[in-house]
Design a protein around this ligand. Sequence first.
Ligand SMILES: *Cc1c(COP(=O)(O)O)cnc(C)c1O
Length: 807
Amino acid sequence: MFFDKESFKQAYLEKFAEAEGKTLDEGTSWDKYHALVLLLKEKVSLCRALTNEAYSREKEKQVYYFSMEFLIGKLLPFYLVNMEILNLVREGLADLNINLDELLAQESDAGLGNGGLGRLAACFLDSMSFKGIKGHGNGIHYKYGLFEQKIINGFQAEIADNWLKNGYPWEMRKPDKSVVVRFKGEVRMESLKGKLTFVQENYEPILAVPYDIPVFSYRNPFYINNLRLWSAEPMAAGLDLDLFNRGEFKQAQSYKSEVEAISSILYPEDSHIAGRELRLKQEYFFVAAGLGSILQSYKKGNTLLLDFAQWVAIHINDTHAALCIPELMRLLIDEEGLGWDEAWKITVESTSYTNHTIMPEALEKWSVEMIQSLLPRIYMIIEEIDRRFREEHILNFPEDPELPAFAGVIRHGQVHMAHLAIIGSHSINGVAKLHSRLLTEQVFPQFNRIYSKRFNNKTNGVSHRRFLYAANPGLSHLITEAIGPHWKRDAEELQKLEVFLNDQSFLEQLAKVKLNNKLRLIKHVKEKQGIVLDPSSLFDVQVKRIHAYKRQLLNVFKIMNLYNQLKANPNYFIEPQTFIFGGKAAPGYHYAKTLIKLINTLAQKINTDKDVNEIIKLVFLENFNVSLAELIYPAADISEQISTAGREASGTGNMKFMMNGALTLGTLDGANIEIREAVGEENIFIFGLKAEEVLHYAYQGSYKAWDEYLQNPDLKRILDQLVCGYFQEVGGEFITIHDSLLHYNDEFFVLKDFCSYYETYQKILNLYIQKKEWSRSTLVNIARSGCFSSDRTVSEYAEKIWNIRCR
Ligand SMILES: *Cc1c(COP(=O)(O)O)cnc(C)c1O
């Protein structure tokens, strides 16, 4: 990359002069940031040229990862760390009187995702590149990312996230690689030389223009992959020009904005479906554009179309991209002239699907009419897939006449996207052991009987290079000093840290790193929100999307109870504690927004109460995103992973906390179960109902939330406090929450799990005061976190699903 500071400085000065056309003194921070990104990109494309040469010598299978979301966060700091030039660049710029931190602050957090699902896609990009897999992302170039969250008067306010306002120097617009995507119209069938062909007519064409972002990983500039994001644009300027010339400006404008709407907003939904026509347009748009360009480049490669699945893997990240299946069929049949059976074989062999949720309200369904009118030819293909599926499986399972009715793609006027994805993929995976088991046993048992070989588990992982190496420089340094640098390549090497379990001095250094990370977070919180936190207190953290199933409410009840105890016994001594929350609520999700208000109202009460505010403090951190996450995970002592058992598919926050040495307080849900297997029962704090018990209650209908309320005086007081004027300044706001528990029988078992949760929390406090034991536990968590690197996950996908080798 750069051999030394001087050669970097020289290259930077040249780039700055060339790109910005002014002197360094005249340049703004943005100009200086911009020049730095251009310089790195240029270096990278040099390497890319080398890569392409290497690629063309040795043909390799390509993976395309289709995802509606990529939550990539900032690239500059991560890439500087991955290239191992952070210090060199920092010092070189300092010589030029430039503060690198000011430049880093110029980059917007690319928030092209909601939460875990989008972040997983971003971690996979890093790991695919690191592993030398030719794996590319395919998504949407949203003009506005997920909203920016502000807390005003305790409520969430949403501000548009105009992340492109200054431009985004990492991306490259590639108009010559554009693809035409067709909506609406009619399908005409004609017989050509005895063969039936389908022609879509009177359609509305939309131009999909790609923006490419380079992806490369740790010391590995030779495998530069591509994140391709598609932007929707009007076809030809002439179309609106006509209207303009006739003076019909409004109509001309409205055509343009209708088209542009497709890539303008990211739906701020998490674990819910957004049942809107625009959303369906988005799904087809990025699928058709992506597959169109894949097929174009495949055909340039001189390989037989019938061998497509041997060279190309199409992976769909949740059902948002399930239209890949009928669209690939359409391309192969209508455009390439293959027959149905050939096309189907290619489609199933190249496509694989990851399921991310088993909550019924999140399983996507679209009305037949909507698909039919928006995507007439695609609907015909879906109908044919459904017809053939039923025909085949009525023949194969004559003893079970119910089955086809259960398992078809089209039922009761709706297209079931998960069913389409299962029927059209050779692999269907869940994202943690429990989740994969529930998928086959509870959610899709009929499909599991037909396609048992297709179902498998791939437990999620996170990029340990982003969330440990780059996000926690203090800990990274300590680790490298102790076991050498190889853990950055192979996270399993972290296990070597266990030799320090009885090393007093190492444990003290570990605690010191944690303290410094708290100070780093405290400084940020002070600057952003003007709140002062106590670095000597325990940091108990719950950061993730706000959702009923994630049970932020249970945590709130714990804090209310602690507060009630402190008020009742002024001499009650406990360790100082800071409770930290963060996370966005979907703007239309009333319950989640009420929860945010409750947290802030309670924070106000506690933080201004002189009886307790030296001991406990509660804060809600605004606008939880990747950059804030990188400050929070390294500073945490306790990782709250308290979803109702069976609801959180995997979780990835739990893994990021663990590798930064926070101890998990959690239910037996998602990957918490595998974290427990890795660290042993003594190094994790598990409480609450198990998934089987939750299912049993739901099945029997035998849970009575009222009984919990009546039997536990602490709980009764807390619930009463929600609605009896205890939070004086607000009226009736929290009735929704109160009612969800008592009138709607506490769907998420908050009351049922309360005692077990509270008792387990007390156990944590007991361990926390034994500093040495605590640090040991922390070290075990870090040392055993290697299996939660996305390098491991991606290797498993490569070997077992995509059928490729990696380095
Ligand atoms: C990891 C991550 C998530 C997912 O967190 P969970 O605790 O698994 O729900 C969400 N948002 C951001 C910004 C993240 O980095």
